[in-house]
Design a protein around this ligand. Structure first.
Ligand SMILES: NC(=O)c1ccc[n+]([C@@H]2O[C@H](COP(=O)([O-])OP(=O)(O)OC[C@H]3O[C@@H](n4cnc5c(N)ncnc54)[C@H](OP(=O)(O)O)[C@@H]3O)[C@@H](O)[C@H]2O)c1
Length: 279
């Protein structure tokens, strides 16, 4: 049974679309929050909108100074939960993606959560509530951490990496009091998705969740103690099929490639028809 009111949670990316919804849902459960982001005004506005008393923390997770600030906050507030939620998106063909954005995507979505987890782990191990109650580490991945998707190769690489890291750590810490979990939303209506990406989702008929529904799925995952949670059907099924029979998903996504490329390179006439791609 989850003892929400005894939890102190450090939430990264709290000012984002999913972060704000998670903050709201946790605050409503009585969790004390340390809300991390990069904009003081947005953090303050968020904090004031929530039930209860919370702290804000301005830090960039990709810098050593930023991670040290987070680590200090984790120790001094005796956190019992870390949610690595901060992330950046990528919607571009690899050949059109500059080096700086490749590095930023991998640093923000993969390297920083790994380094933060390593730095904060001793405090999670120390500050669990009781001998029978674990502390919690949640890494926010994506459906694209299990399904490679054209136009998001670097984002997929970062989230596949995060999923592997989380699974290995879940198994590594199975005999400790830290419960590790991986939470994978599908497309969600937040500003991480550019207008082009949202238009593509629309054209492909992809489901787009509200951040509030995503936050409720995370609450349920924590209550049930599941190590992995993929949000939404049929994406949950696609994840399983892609794991077992990737060639089936290859074919389904090849058919969508002309549509995907239309949104990635709107100025260019994409000449390949679905038939050409499949042949
Ligand atoms: N929305 C989706 O379709 C979707 C689907 C699957 C998974 N996800 C995952 O869900 C998580 C949250 O995404 P979202 O949709 O809520 O995105 P969002 O609205 O763009 O929010 C991203 C959050 O991450 C923070 N952030 C980015 N870079 C940072 C850095 N270097 N240091 C500190 N904070 C940083 C942002 O802070 P600032 O306000 O300071 O920029 C913001 O709070 C991400 O991990 C994302 O990959 C999203």
């Amino acid at each position: 049974m989850m003892q929400w009111q005894q939890q102190t949670c450090l939430l990264t990316g709290a000012t984002g679309g999913i972060g704000q919804a998670i903050a709201q849902a946790l605050a409503n459960k009585g969790v004390r929050l340390i809300l991390q982001g990069r904009s003081e005004s947005r953090l303050q506005a968020l904090s004031q909108s929530l039930n209860g008393e919370h702290k804000i923390l301005m830090a960039d997770i990709t810098t050593i100074e930023g991670r040290e600030k987070i680590c200090f906050a984790a120790e001094s507030n005796a956190i019992s939960m870390l949610i690595n939620n901060a992330g950046v998106g990528q919607f571009s063909l690899l050949e059109d993606t500059d080096e700086a954005s490749i590095v930023d995507t991998l640093e923000t979505n993969l390297l920083a959560p790994i380094l933060l987890t390593q730095a904060v782990l001793p405090y999670l191990q120390k500050h669990h509530i009781s001998a029978t109650t674990p502390s919690y580490l949640v890494n926010v991945g994506s459906a694209f951490g299990s399904i490679g998707f054209a136009g998001q190769s670097v984002y997929c690489a970062s989230k596949f990496g995060l999923r592997g890291f989380t699974e290995a750590l879940y198994r590594e810490l199975a005999d400790t009091n830290v419960h590790v979990s991986y939470f994978a939303p599908r497309a969600t209506a937040t500003s991480i998705n550019s207008d082009q990406a949202m238009a593509m989702n629309n054209a492909l008929g992809n489901h787009v969740d509200s951040p509030e529904n995503v936050a409720q799925a995370l609450i349920q995952q924590l209550e049930k103690g599941h190590a992995r949670q993929f949000v939404g059907f049929p994406e949950t099924l696609f994840v399983k099929i892609n794991g077992a029979f990737p060639h089936i998903v290859d074919k389904a996504l090849f058919k969508k490639l002309p549509i995907i490329k239309r949104f990635l390179r709107p100025e260019k006439d994409v000449k390949h028809t679905a038939q050409e791609v499949l042949s």
